[in-house]
Design a binder for this molecule. Structure first.
Ligand SMILES: NC(=O)c1ccc[n+]([C@@H]2O[C@H](COP(=O)([O-])OP(=O)(O)OC[C@H]3O[C@@H](n4cnc5c(N)ncnc54)[C@H](OP(=O)(O)O)[C@@H]3O)[C@@H](O)[C@H]2O)c1
Length: 262
């Protein structure tokens, strides 16, 4: 039996019948980490001892500020690029591998939001929502997976949303459909890889206090009042759920909902 907390090992540690993936000394990529939930996930991973690759579409001031906050430059890499582009994602993954070595943890978090009635929607509205959420997850996962399968080690976390299964409200058909696709992707890919040492898990947040919500929702106070616990989640609470699904070796092909009871 190996005890928890032995500093020198990477990989599952056995304690009784429990297995835990060690974050310390692993290499993690978090897409869409210039603010909000992604920034909190990147901070959680850096705090737990991972080398972290942070990303957003552009090398913005916000992204560079996150790099400063996360700690020693030797443990953080800024890798901007649109996750909707397959070749750009190959570049992001390669730069992570070149700097830190093989990728152990990928968090597909990058996302956008928008309200538009279905009857007014253009193909470009539909496409852009699927491009970032669904193609983004495919593109990044496709590039990290060969190495993960070869090494028999890795976890991919897809950030879905509670609106994939709960009433999303009007104007969100494209968003809800894209997030539902992530539940299916997580389930099917997780099962395809089950037993290989590579896990695919989802975290589906409820209403969380970030820019996407503050800028995107016109009736925020009424919306918050409908959350049974009476408030939005803090991004750090979502990051805590992400930590759980990364560390717990018995989670795969499933999505953890964290929505304040909604
Ligand atoms: N907040 C909520 O209530 C809530 C609830 C359920 C699920 N979620 C999901 O949680 C994730 C994070 O949301 P958030 O609330 O933290 O949103 P946010 O504050 O708007 O952050 C979104 C992040 O994604 C980046 N991004 C957007 N498009 C990108 C692209 N094509 N390529 C790379 N990066 C991109 C943004 O940076 P740039 O704009 O600089 O590119 C930013 O860093 C999203 O997938 C969202 O759908 C949020």
């Amino acid at each position: 039996m190996v005890e928890w907390g032995a500093e020198s090992q990477i990989g599952p540690r056995v304690r009784g019948t429990e297995l835990r993936m060690e974050i310390r000394d692993s290499v993690a990529i978090v897409t869409g980490s210039s603010r909000g939930i992604g920034r909190a996930i990147a901070a959680m991973l850096a705090g737990a001892g991972a080398s972290v690759v942070i990303n957003a579409r552009d090398k913005s001031e916000a992204l560079l500020k996150v790099a400063d906050i996360l700690g020693p430059p030797g443990r953080v890499l800024v890798a901007p690029g649109d996750v909707g582009d397959f070749d750009v994602c190959r570049g992001i993954v390669r730069s992570a591998q070149d700097r830190f070595g093989p990728v152990d943890i990928l968090v597909n978090n990058a996302g956008t939001f928008g309200l538009k009635r279905f009857a007014e929607m253009e193909p470009k509205d539909w496409e852009s929502m699927f491009r970032v959420h669904v193609f983004g997850s495919f593109n990044m996962s496709r590039h990290v997976l060969p190495d993960m399968i070869r090494r028999k080690r890795g976890v991919i976390v897809n950030i879905a949303s509670f609106v994939a299964v709960r009433p999303p409200g009007p104007g969100r058909v494209h968003y809800a459909a894209a997030k539902s696709a992530l539940l299916g992707l997580t389930r099917a890919l997780g099962l395809e890889l089950a037993g290989t040492g590579v896990r695919v898990v989802g975290v589906a947040p409820g209403l969380t206090d970030t820019e996407i919500v503050r800028k995107g929702l016109p009736n925020l106070p009424e919306r918050v009042a409908r959350v049974p616990v009476g408030r939005m989640a803090r991004p750090e609470e979502i990051a805590h759920a992400v930590r759980f699904v990364i560390e717990n070796e018995f989670t795969t092909a499933e999505t953890l909902f964290i929505s304040g009871g909604e």
